[in-house]
Write a protein that binds this ligand. Structure first.
Ligand code: 1VS
Length: 330
């Protein structure tokens, strides 16, 4: 078995990417954010208070002949940015890009935080982290990938995220047309449940490569790249007028600044993030001050290789034993 589906940016700065999925019988189509940084599959639903729904598509279990309530089960998730949701659980048929999982646990939201209500084009998330992170209680549930794995031609899924354009997620196969050269793999440490691995170092612009093991998580659900302060200050030292703003909660700079590229290493391979990816967004539509796509991880307790980094590569998430992650240029 295999599947392939689009990864569509939800706004003009790629704050997140959504993928069409179908749930139930007859199929209900929702646009969900495939998220390797969490492991809950949750959706806006007919149980979500209408005051918290603003334009999202919803899943209505009672309209599906194959839905089953997972009675007595609840879930509640809080993300590091302060957003969150909670609710009840159904199982139903769930398809991404032609790949179907029967009786997938679908977590129906009874409450969502305001930042999800405001994301009108996002109808929920598909967690693709390790199932150990799933928040359903009393019994935790498996991710779509863990449920699909036994039937996949190859125990992998790939992410081909693009800058200001539609990319793709593939399940069960590696599409050699989507990358150039070889895929460089590195070990994944799957505790506590993220796709945790190391970078072999970095360089700023045309500067020398600094070899250094930097542990972090490859996270399609986080927009930006968060790295240790020493690396981030070395980067913005090259940017005229850059400053770490308390007010804006991170590095900002004049939108007219020339930014250097940022290169990260995976084992012996090198991946360069174009300057345009790091000139992330104006702090307000009419402002001439811009917010960086590279920020410090010092407040997070974890380094996050988010979309700004991942869209510079073709990424293979391999569920082999032991799991590993692969990067290729494209
Ligand atoms: C900024 C979102 N990322 C995080 O909070 C996060 C953290 C994290 C931990 C502490 C402080 C800040 C971040 C660790 S792993 C990790 N990754 C995830 O949690 C991945 N899922 C994010 C889901 C998510 C939260 N708010 C959104 C808004 C739009 C689309 C997706 C989302």
């Amino acid at each position: 078995d295999k599947g392939s589906a689009a990864a569509i940016p939800i706004n003009e700065v790629d704050i997140a990417y959504v993928t069409p999925v179908t749930i139930g019988t007859p199929p209900q189509t929702l646009m969900l954010d495939l998220d390797t940084g969490s492991s809950d599959l949750w959706v806006f639903s007919s149980l979500t208070p209408s005051t918290q729904v603003r334009g999202q598509e919803i899943y209505t279990p009672t309209k599906s002949s194959t839905s089953k309530l997972l009675s007595g089960h609840t879930w509640s998730i809080r993300y590091g940015d302060g957003s969150g949701s909670r609710g009840s659980v159904y199982t139903d048929n769930f398809t991404i890009g032609g790949l179907e999982v029967r009786s997938q646990a679908v977590q129906t939201a009874l409450e969502v935080s305001s930042s999800f209500t405001q994301e009108q084009s996002l109808d929920g998330l598909v967690g693709l982290g390790f199932s150990t992170l799933n928040t359903v209680r009393p019994s935790s549930q498996l991710t779509f990938f863990d449920n699909a794995r036994p039937n996949l031609d190859e125990e992998v899924f790939t992410a081909d995220l693009k800058y200001h354009a539609t990319g793709s997620y593939d399940f069960g196969f590696i599409d050699s047309k989507k990358y150039t050269g070889n895929i460089t793999y590195t070990a994944v440490q799957q505790s506590p449940g993220y796709w945790t691995h190391s970078l072999s170092g970095y360089s700023v612009g045309s500067g020398a490569f600094q070899a250094s093991q930097i542990s972090g998580i490859s996270d399609t659900g986080t927009t930006l790249l968060y790295l240790p302060t020493a690396i981030v200050t070395a980067y913005y030292r090259q940017v005229q007028g850059a400053q770490n703003s308390q007010y804006y909660g991170g590095y900002v700079f004049p939108c007219s600044s020339t930014l250097p590229t940022f290169t990260f290493g995976i084992e012996g391979a090198r991946f360069t993030i174009p300057a345009s990816y790091i000139n992330y967004t104006r702090i307000s539509p009419t402002s001439t001050t811009c917010y960086g796509g590279l920020q410090s991880s010092s407040g997070l307790g974890i380094n996050i290789f988010g979309d700004v980094a991942l869209k510079a590569a073709f990424v293979v998430f391999s569920g082999t034993n032991p799991p590993r992650i692969g990067f290729a240029t494209k």
